[in-house]
Design a protein around this ligand. Structure first.
Ligand code: 5GP
Ligand code: ZN
Length: 143
């Protein structure tokens, strides 16, 4: 049983209703080229079912999405002769997620591409004390 959203472009690509340059498929995931690539070979990996955020995925499906990313990343690098890749999820609108269907970006990187590491994506850096860091670590561990 699959679930999809009629307004979602990625559900449309998975269903074959919207054109997409599909590069890999498994039973429960699909990978296709980004329509507005940040670099040649920019690829998106999605679960076939419509889920908005990473924590909406069951553990099996999350593992399958990661397995597809893992298998595809060297293939993308080889296809465009990239030096590296940035592999990332915008997980929620405040993080810049525009399409509300979980998708992992595989962005080929080149030593002279003028880009930046993932550290630049957040806002101002907080100045946290050791106590604050300890309390945050405890709260994360409790979940
Ligand atoms: P987000 O900001 O949600 O993490 O990224 C959405 C990505 O999906 C963008 O990089 C955008 O270029 C891509 N995108 C949006 N609509 C379509 C579409 O209809 N087809 C494809 N192939 N990519 C899309
Ligand atoms: Zn969808």
């Amino acid at each position: 049983m699959s679930s999809n959203d009629p307004d979602c472009p990625f559900c449309g690509i998975v269903a074959g209703e919207i054109p997409g340059r599909i590069v890999a498929e498994t039973d429960r995931t699909t990978a296709f080229l980004d329509a507005n690539p940040l670099a040649p070979g920019h690829t998106l990996v999605v679960p076939n079912d419509h889920h908005e955020r990473l924590d909406d995925l069951g553990e099996d499906l999350a593992s399958e999405v990661f397995a597809t990313l893992h298998r595809l990343t060297p293939a993308v690098e080889a296809a465009v002769d990239a030096d590296a890749t940035t592999v990332a999820f915008n997980n929620g609108p405040a993080a810049g997620q525009e399409v509300p269907h979980v998708h992992g970006h595989v962005i080929p990187r080149f030593s002279d591409d003028g880009g930046a590491p993932i550290h630049v994506v957040a806002g101002d850096r907080p100045d946290l004390s050791d106590d604050e860091l300890d309390a945050i670590a405890d709260r994360i561990g409790e979940h």
